[in-house]
Design a protein. Sequence first.
Length: 94
Amino acid sequence: MVLPQTISTLLFFLVDGFLWGLTIALIALGLSKLNVLENIRAGMRKKVDHALLEEIFDLFPVLKNRLQQRASTLSGGEQQMLSISRALATKPDI
């Protein structure tokens, strides 16, 4: 029997004793209810960094026009831009 990819991935994590897959699924579900700005701010550690927001909007100008739009209503490509933006908001060491 072949399981759908998401279910088999969750089972893999659960069988290995980790709840990471389930945690990621729950986080993704919650973030889809937030609007674009709330999603990006969720990646920021404490307070809003306006300079960082401008850098993100320079990379993905379409998101600046959709700040109040719910993430779940964005197109697939826009959701990917939002995911990358949220990751960049954490200021990762690259």
